[in-house]
Design a protein around this ligand. Structure first.
Ligand SMILES: [Zn+2]
Length: 621
């Protein structure tokens, strides 16, 4: 799309949004200019879904969801509408209430099957009666033993990137935005919550109604069902968790309202009314998932000292970058994540100061270096703008989008100055609210609204379309990390550790200290540190993870660390942690040890994590 057409589209969009400012419900922008989408069968330029009314029953006995998905559609003379499905059983389809013809196309390993539905020019509504199967990848059904309270089963969904089609037939492209209503029936002892206006108490009959009035892309459809309770933090923030975790979670996320205020001061109003977090069982495959109004989070960030809550700042930041302004395709994923890491670190700086922000930024920088090293023979994968044709979008969900994206934006900020950059970002979010952006549209917007007006030249093409990191990158330093490095150096030279030097260390300094162990570090030296700090039994999950990685790297087996690694891997399903440790086993020629653990732990992982580890260990289930 040329920039002139983009501009007129954007001003039209602003007009449309302003016209509807007074009404409660926000309209999804009406556009016929959807760009080519390689990860969906839908043809939204011909016929597109606008609103979903979902009516489902959650059956824990058969581990299936069944019900009816009814869509209001917009149609431009098309004879059919195509939805994405994967591993779904389709029973019946109607168009404006009358049974209509439908067919499922050929199955594709990544994308599933297109559901072709016959419609006529004036069809306004279609309804699909369907059932999920035991192959459904978005859902994880947990038995009582896999929860914190161990009394009741639990279910959660994970839609990103293209898994929503495995529990709802839908046009599963981030370019398509829908509003939705839902009625969900669950066993009466459980509560259901969604990425929508949520209940705060259980109903007596297990029937729950939901409303999402702001248009969202399908990957943000989310549902969790369990024996959970709610505890508010402020009027618009609060936590859901199982009973044994609720007070800990409530304390851990106590700064949530302050985070929302800081975020609003940076880049404008929070547009989703409510910001709650649900703490899921430990098998949740991500740190967090930014489902609108209700972030899904791993319990591994409950450290007891609020030290891992930058993850909440990250998911909150997605309320602007990702949920409000969405990557148009998964090739543009860095627009979601790079901006979010940048925003996250700015929120952390506003709340806790520059020292903490710089430590987070430097860890991001180190993660990027590790990722670049891993992609040494695959430089194409280190471009910000990806080409995922024929690949699963999951393949692009790595540190490049997050940390190279961050470094790019930080470098831009340092080039143009913070005030100018902040004003630009604020206008970018406002202008593109409830819309999607391709990398090319962003580049055009950046040139016209930041670089040209300020007469700044910047090597955009090199940053976005070339592999690796350009030489004009921002240099990030941290005195606290230098101090941790010096402590390590003194320890290695003197073979003694002065424990008083570490008493005021935060999690980030510990992580940095441990990650910096040199290759020549001996297992005797590790034993000495373990004796002083009992790191093999660290209760902070991030510290534990990096320590376990070093134990594997340095062939260290003291203080019961092999047992704690195994128990960590069989309890926690967070992909980043699990993948880091299995990769370390593989790197150190211990695939047999890895497989011995994996055969036991795999059943506790969500498909997102299991798929990654299957591939890593070449495991055929
Ligand atoms: Zn993110």
């Amino acid at each position: 799309m040329k920039f002139t057409t983009l501009l007129s589209k954007l001003s039209l969009l602003v007009l449309v949004l302003c016209l509807s400012c007074n009404s409660e419900k926000k309209e999804a922008p009406s556009t016929k200019n959807y760009v080519k989408e390689i990860h969906s069968f839908a043809n939204p330029n011909e016929s597109v879904i606008k609103h979903l009314d979902l009516n489902i029953n959650v059956d824990f006995d058969s581990e299936t969801i069944n019900g009816i998905a009814t869509y209001d559609i917009e149609n431009t003379n098309a004879k059919e509408i195509i939805l994405d499905t994967k591993f779904l059983e389709i029973d019946q389809v109607t168009a404006d209430g009358a049974t209509t013809e439908f067919s499922l196309g050929e199955f594709n390993e990544q994308l599933g099957q297109p559901l072709h539905i016959k419609i006529s020019n004036d069809t306004k509504q279609i309804a699909v009666t369907y059932k999920t199967t035991n192959k459904t990848e978005a859902l994880q059904w947990l038995n009582a033993q896999q929860t914190a309270d161990k009394d009741h089963p639990f279910l959660f969904t994970q839609g990103q990137a293209i898994l929503t089609r495995t529990w709802i037939p839908i046009q599963d492209s981030p370019q398509i935005r829908i509003t939705y209503d839902a009625t969900v029936k669950v066993p009466s002892e459980l509560m259901a919550v969604m990425s929508a206006k949520n209940p705060t108490q259980k109903t007596t009959d297990g029937r729950y109604s939901f409303k999402m009035e702001q248009p969202i892309p399908p990957y943000l459809m989310a549902l969790a069902v369990g024996d959970i309770v709610y505890k508010p933090i402020s009027e618009r923030t609060g936590v859901y968790a199982e009973k044994t975790l609720i007070d800990k979670a409530h304390y851990e996320f106590g700064d949530m309202e302050k985070m929302v205020v800081a975020a609003e001061q940076l880049y404008g109003d929070y547009d989703w009314d409510q910001f709650d977090v649900i703490v899921l069982p430990p098998s949740f495959p991500f740190g967090g998932m930014e489902n609108p109004r209700l972030t899904f989070a791993t319990p591994t960030i409950i450290a007891g000292d609020r030290s891992l809550t930058s993850l909440i700042a990250h998911e909150l930041a997605h309320s602007w970058s990702g949920n409000l302004v969405t990557n148009a395709t998964w090739n543009d994923f860095w627009l979601n994540e790079g901006f979010t890491v940048y925003f996250e670190i700015r929120i952390m700086e506003a709340l806790y100061g520059k020292d903490r922000a710089n430590m987070i930024a430097l860890i991001s920088r180190q993660d990027l270096d590790e990722e670049l090293e891993g992609f040494e023979n695959e430089p194409e994968a280190t471009k910000l703008k990806l080409d995922l044709e024929g690949k699963n979008p999951d393949d692009g969900m790595n540190s490049i989008a997050y940390d190279k994206g961050y470094l790019f934006l930080r470098t831009l900020e340092e080039t143009v100055g913070r005030d100018t950059f902040d004003a630009f970002l604020k206008s970018y979010f406002e202008t593109n609210a409830f819309s999607t952006v391709t990398t090319e549209q962003f580049v055009a917007y950046l040139k016209s609204n930041l670089l040209e007006p300020n007469a700044v030249t910047f090597n955009l093409d090199e940053w976005i379309y070339q592999p690796g990191v350009p030489s004009n990158q921002a240099i990030i330093t941290s005195d606290k990390f230098t101090n941790a490095e010096n402590t390590l150096k003194t320890f290695l030279e003197s073979d003694t550790i002065d424990t008083s030097l570490t008493t005021d260390w935060t999690t980030l300094e510990w992580v940095h200290f441990i990650r910096n162990f040199p290759e020549t570090m001996t297992s005797e030296a590790m034993a000495k540190l373990d004796k002083a700090f009992d790191l093999s039994h660290a209760t902070n999950s991030h510290i534990a993870m990096v320590w376990f990685e070093q134990a594997i790297n340095h062939d260290y087996h003291g203080n019961g660390v092999d047992e704690t690694i195994e128990s960590f891997l069989t309890t926690v399903g967070r992909r980043w942690y699990v993948n880091t440790l299995f990769k370390a086993f593989k790197r150190n020629d211990r695939v047999a040890d890895a497989l011995a653990i994996y055969k036991k732990s795999r059943q506790n992982y969500h498909s997102v994590t299991a798929n990654t580890i299957d591939e890593l260990l070449d495991y055929k289930p």
